[in-house]
Ligand binder design. Structure first.
Ligand code: BG6
Length: 369
């Protein structure tokens, strides 16, 4: 049942406020973050972890990249993110104090399952972030942290992605508290960011009409670039992946700081570039750097579509389109900024007359290696 929407993807985009709320419900209580499934592993085991490797494929790997910033910030453990199919064949350095966190909506992705088994066989603690109750990957893991986003039908992942980020943030906070690296102020700040999150995501969902108009005018676009910094970087990668998956358009995401080291050569007259702009209030240094990037690409003819915090006027003189986002904690920006990117892919796919939910050559769950 598409609930009155023209596609499951549209329905699932609009379900995100509820999906993220369901993921943190019962896990943030009175300003304290507690994941019982992690507690069951024992505090000692969590304190001994000296390295975390996140393994995933596709959209889940971008959720992993975003989660890595938060886990490092709060738990002060080095985190790296590897594609599941690369992890296994690189002879990874693993020890009993390594924790492997797999991220998979379906819990059945063969590449990820094989990587989890590989890690488990080497005595590593395995934690699964999964959306599908009792799927194979969570059953094979030492602990399962379910996202509770509800069934996701569209091949292109939306609500599972934002729920995965939410779950990884909760893991970061839980580890930080147990390990004593999280200050009470940080925990309170994160708890309040979670409280405001469903409303903020709901506001981001409201950009639909504006994005639909933008996509309508861009139906002939052959290439789109996405720029972001810090957590905005994997968000940019996800925006590009969505466009490839369902609109069959060449798209690439870049770290904004990397622009001058190569990608700026791609900028030509009329090249559409989405730029994820950090908050000017909370991240003033990164904000000013991204604004400089916008000036650089604008001067070379780019068509700039800026995703900004509402009230940010610094970008206005250089942007062709401005999409306004609600105020959030900087680490939580991906959870709102990705929503207009999801709408954009959906609307461009629709404008091209494509099947939004069932893109060619793709399957919802890939059970072969
Ligand atoms: C891909 C899907 O094949 O698998 C993507 O098309 C998805 O949308 C990826 O992100 C990983 O799937 P899962 O179920 O492991 O999260």
């Amino acid at each position: 049942d598409k609930g009155g929407w023209s596609s499951f993807m549209a329905k699932e985009i609009t379900e995100q406020p509820e999906a993220v709320a369901n993921t943190f419900r019962g896990r943030v209580v009175d300003g304290r973050v507690e994941i019982p499934e992690l507690s069951a592993l024992g505090e000692e085991r969590l304190r001994e972890v000296d390295r975390i490797v996140i393994i995933a494929c596709g959209t889940a790997s971008y959720a992993g990249q975003i989660g890595a910033y938060a886990i490092e910030r709060w738990a002060r453990v080095p985190v790296e993110v590897q594609l599941s199919h690369e992890f296994r064949y690189r002879d990874p350095v693993l020890s009993p104090s390594t924790m492997v966190i797999s991220v998979s909506q379906s819990g059945e992705t063969m590449d990820t399952l094989m990587a989890v088994k590989y890690a488990k066989d080497r005595g590593v603690t395995t934690v699964s972030v999964c959306n599908t109750q009792s799927a194979t990957i969570p059953r094979e893991s030492d602990a399962a942290v379910y996202t509770h986003a509800g069934p996701e039908v569209a091949v292109a992942s939306t609500k599972a992605f934002t729920a995965q980020i939410t779950a990884l943030y909760l893991i970061g906070l839980h580890l930080g508290r147990v390990r004593g690296t999280l200050s009470p102020e940080e925990e309170a700040q994160a708890a309040s960011a979670f409280e405001q999150l469903p409303q903020a995501v709901a506001e981001a969902v409201e950009t639909h009409e504006q994005i639909a108009q933008l996509a309508h005018w861009m139906a002939d676009t052959r290439s789109v670039l996405f720029l972001g910094r810090h957590v905005g970087y994997p968000t940019a990668l996800e925006g590009a992946l969505k466009l490839k998956e369902i609109a069959y358009i060449h798209a690439e995401g870049f770290a904004a700081g990397e622009l001058k080291h190569g990608p700026i050569a791609l900028i030509d007259h009329g090249q559409p570039v989405f730029v994820l702009v950090p908050s000017p209030r909370r991240s003033p240094v990164m904000h000013s750097k991204v604004v400089s990037n916008i000036q650089e690409i604008r001067a070379r003819g780019a068509r700039v579509i800026a995703i900004v915090e509402k009230g940010d006027t610094a970008v206005l003189p250089y942007a062709d389109d401005v999409i306004r986002m609600p105020l959030t904690d900087p680490l939580f920006e991906p959870l709102v900024q990705v929503v207009p990117l999801q709408w954009f892919a959906l609307e461009l796919s629709t404008a091209k007359g494509l099947d939004v939910d069932q893109p060619r050559n793709l399957a919802k769950s890939v059970t072969v290696e």
